[in-house]
Ligand binder design. Sequence first.
Ligand SMILES: [Fe+2]
Ligand SMILES: [Fe+2]
Length: 341
Amino acid sequence: MNGKPKKREKILVVDDDKYVLQTFKDFLSILNYDTVTVSSGVKAIEYLSNNTPECVLIDMVMPDMSGLDLIDYIRINFPYISFIAVSAVSEIDVIKTAMQKGAYDYLIKPVKITDLAMTVKRAIERGKLLKENIEYKNKLEQKVNEQTRYIKKMFLRAINAMIKALEARDHYTEGHSERVSNFSVILGKAMGIENNNINNLRIAALLHDIGKIGIKDKILSKPEGLNSHERSIIMQHPLIGERILRYFIDNQDILKGVRNHHERYDGKGYPDKLKGQDIPLFARIICVTDSFDALKTDRPYRTSKSINEIKTIMENESGKQFDPEIIKVFLKLIDENKIIQ
Ligand SMILES: [Fe+2]
Ligand SMILES: [Fe+2]
């Protein structure tokens, strides 16, 4: 034996005429369908809230809720259920509208059992195809989302690996990238940068010094002051950083944030000597957070400063090194204890 008998397909019939409902019920049970009949659109909606029929036969002209209104409801809430418009021959305009709204087919009263059999069978097949299609799309979407999450995770791991490689060479800057990234996110949020961009800012700040990977050890961790030649080599790091990152990042905000984080608001920075608002926003932000972290951290050539000293230095650099608007927000964040935890 073949095990369980085949499950009968469910048909919902909506008509305000008891006689018509009975005829449909009789015909559909002869055709071996599991049939439920209801006498109004409201009752149909009630039924649909707990049941999913394969097909709905809808009388077009009913008191209270019209057949067309019911069609709208089904189309929006159950896009994979096929529905058939049922009507008298005199209501041909309504049938036309029902077809435009997505009815699979129509039946004219009085309905012949042969027409009913054929129309319902086809409508159910079409419904199954639609359902399969929707399920396939959903699965595909889910898979794409999973892949996207995986790629993002791998991307972040690659970034962290690069940061670790950089900081393994220069223990004085250990944790610097992460701190600058955290400060930049706090500052960016306080400036009203939207979420999507905050994430890019986080990455730009995390990678701002990655170009130091390309600077020789003896210059990178030199304990005394650098001579002008060595300084010019160190000054290459924003450009080297941008060049490295271009291989796997194409977001211009991130790339410019890295390239221009040593520009100064007064135009005396490097590498492009940009001035004022011509300096990309991420770079102006990182310039502030980067300097702050440098001032509060011990470096080979000096020890860290007190928070009041740092604030005075930074205030004095407003409009010189720093964007006045950004430094204002940053100093306020310091006062509110939102920067030093
Ligand atoms: Fe830097
Ligand atoms: Fe830095």
